[in-house]
Design a protein around this ligand. Structure first.
Ligand SMILES: *Cc1c(COP(=O)(O)O)cnc(C)c1O
Length: 461
């Protein structure tokens, strides 16, 4: 049963016995014959399917609304729509993007708490009702420009940690919530729920517990004022790769305990989340090529090495950088590490190496202190886990053009996608947020998917 957002022409089907890595190798084989190929991505949409199944299994009472700002690429948005996820949009452009492929407005939440009036009007005229706010001024704007809005009060998360830096800019402190709820009453703005967002990749699962408890307090305040709040939004911040300090399942277990305590099943509150990086980080691999190199004396970078063969080091210039796909380095503090495509001879001498982007900015450095065999102009390097806040935050500085994306999916993932029972629900029949029912069958295929290394490259650096 297909929803029609994604079909087989949108990606390369990876048949049994092959992996997405093989596809990447094939593409690299082809491009190494030509010299003009730019950097490109291979996106494993099956990995997104796998993440969705993991999400439904770990958080069975929570409905995911994908945070489009993290990676709004066509294949990702179509796959998530096909999976029945909802969408968290930060702007008019993001709402237009998901609506352009046919996602109904009931599956969209417009969460930027500080919105331009013209964009509030856009939401109103395009049927998007769920919106977030955290201040008085915003309530006034919504009362005038979108009287049918269903508002979610965004509360601050514990901002005592530096990782929670978003809370300085966004989120109402608990002590102003009552006042905001009262103001909304006066202005006739409908409040339907409470949201929060723990930023920083979910490093501290207890942050979710504290925020869920805080949200409960706001629900109580609402009840005292005569509100019947029915929606809790627990935000995003779940890790998207296996090398994070806390596993997604561990965070999910903490969230489930807190939900059992403060929002038990049957309490009449619908729970949603807004995962971004979780869905896309590991699905994207970036391939870049060395466009130039420079040999520098070893002692320019360090002086404590005695081996004569190491008395030199290299600066390599590659065709994507900090102002392009590697923008995640400064937006998301990632430390990308390259995988060499060409197998070097056994035990090659290693040289201290650094990687630099193609722009004219001296700050455009991607990695440093790497121990690599000597590379040549035209050699290809790949970087894994490049799906989150990479292309989404790229600029056109120095005339940079975004890399092409080759989408792929294994047949088993494609089949799992079609078995998802939650997709049978017809969104048109629903007036409330109803994204997907938890998976009641098909776990067998889910388990197969989640243990098969669909994308398991052999590391050779
Ligand atoms: C960016 C954002 C998200 C998604 O964050 P991830 O860390 O990518 O999961 C969710 N909610 C809000 C309010 C955000 O601003």
């Amino acid at each position: 049963m297909m929803n029609g957002y994604l079909d087989e022409s949108d990606f390369t089907m990876v048949e049994e016995g092959f992996t997405t890595r093989d596809l990447l190798d094939n593409l690299l084989m082809e491009v190494s014959q030509t010299t003009s190929k730019g950097a490109f991505f291979v996106a494993d949409l099956g990995d997104v399917v796998k993440k969705h199944l993991r999400f439904l299994k770990a958080l069975p009472h929570v409905k995911p609304f994908y945070a489009v700002k993290c990676n709004g690429s066509r294949g990702v948005v179509r796959t998530l729509a096909e999976l029945g996820a909802g969408f968290d949009c930060a702007s008019k452009a993001e709402m237009a993007l998901v609506q352009s492929i046919g996602v109904p407005p009931a599956k969209i939440i417009y969460t930027n708490p500080c919105k331009q009036i013209s964009q509030i009007r856009y939401a109103a005229s395009h049927g998007v009702q769920l919106m977030a706010f955290d201040n008085e001024v915003e309530l006034g704007k919504v009362a005038r420009s979108h009287p049918r809005a269903r508002m979610v009060l965004c509360i601050a998360t514990d901002s005592s940690r530096p990782s929670a830096s978003l809370s300085v800019k966004f989120g109402a402190p608990l002590k102003s919530c009552r006042r905001l709820l009262e103001m909304a009453k006066e202005m006739n703005v409908e409040i339907v729920g409470v949201s929060f967002h723990v930023s920083g990749g979910g490093i501290d699962p207890q942050a979710f517990t504290r925020s869920i408890a805080d949200a409960r307090l706001v629900f109580e305040m609402g009840a005292e004022l005569g509100y019947k709040l029915c929606l809790l939004d627990i935000g995003g911040g779940f890790p998207g790769t296996e090398n994070s300090s806390v596993r997604f399942e561990e965070i999910a277990a903490t969230i489930n305990s807190a939900l059992d305590l403060y929002f038990p099943e049957g309490c009449g509150v619908e729970i949603i989340a807004k995962p971004g990086r979780y869905y896309v980080a590991s699905a994207f691999t970036l391939a870049v090529t060395v466009i130039s190199k420079q040999e520098v004396p070893w002692d320019l970078l360090s002086s404590d090495d005695e081996e004569p063969s190491r008395k030199k080091s290299f600066l390599y210039y590659i065709n994507d950088g900090l102002y392009g796909s590697f923008s995640c380095i400064f937006f998301d503090h990632t430390c990308p590490t390259p995988v060499l495509h060409k197998k070097p001879c056994p035990d090659p001498p290693l040289f201290s190496s650094s990687l630099w982007g193609p722009s004219c900015d001296g700050q455009d450095r991607i990695a440093d202190g790497l121990e690599l065999p000597e590379l040549q102009v035209g050699d290809w390097l790949t970087f894994e886990n490049m799906g989150a806040y990479s292309i989404a935050a790229a600029s056109s500085f120095n005339g940079y053009q975004q890399p092409q994306i080759s989408y792929a999916m294994s047949r088993v993932a494609w089949e799992a996608l079609q078995l998802l029972p939650g997709k049978l629900a017809q969104p048109e029949e629903e007036d409330r947020v109803r994204v997907c029912t938890p998976l009641s069958c098909g776990w067998e295929i889910a388990d197969i998917l989640c243990i098969t290394p669909v994308f398991a490259p052999a590391r050779i650096t």
